[in-house]
Design a protein around this ligand. Structure first.
Ligand SMILES: [Zn+2]
Length: 166
């Protein structure tokens, strides 16, 4: 089973990004990148944020234009990185994936999709407060039960650069 490492600094950057839009009552999103040569155990090394009019953040959905996704993919590829996870905010305590998330989400094997409660506005949000969902190849997203979350997702003190902005 895959194991993920999330630097504390990257987690904090993510909550800042998601919470900034959450305070306006909208879903924010932060993308997580790993090195392209990562093995089955995956360490996120950089976060990325999307800017401009090609991303629209609503109270219950986020729409990203395919042109922005293409541009993002080019930038990430040039950096030798790979999109392998994301975190976005939901209102209140709802940390499951919505039907829209399941339908529109990144359907990449082993992709990690995290949902933060209260739109990510609580800076002290911990892993256990969130919903962690892995994409299972040929299937669908599956939420990690609490005992699995503790075993498979680890916080690290590895420093990370400022978020990549696309
Ligand atoms: Zn969602």
């Amino acid at each position: 089973m895959r194991h993920w490492t999330i630097p504390r600094q990257l987690w904090q950057q993510s909550l800042e990004e998601v919470g900034a839009f959450g305070r306006e009552g909208r879903e924010g999103i932060c993308l997580w990148l790993a090195r392209q040569d990562s093995g089955s155990n995956l360490a996120f090394v950089r976060s990325a944020v999307l800017r401009g009019p090609l991303i629209r953040r609503g109270p219950l959905s986020i729409q990203i234009d395919s042109m922005l996704i293409d541009r993002f993919t080019d930038v990430v590829d040039r950096e030798g990185l790979l999109l392998a996870g994301q975190i976005h905010g939901h209102p209140e305590r709802f940390t499951d994936l919505s039907d829209v998330d399941r339908a529109m989400g990144f359907r990449v094997p082993k992709f990690l999709s995290v949902v933060a409660p209260y739109y990510g506005t609580h800076a002290n949000t911990a892993f256990r407060d969130c919903g962690f969902h892995e994409f299972v190849a040929g299937s669908d997203y599956r939420r990690l039960p609490e005992h699995e979350l503790a075993l498979r997702v680890t916080l690290s003190e590895t420093p990370v650069a400022a978020p990549l902005s696309v």
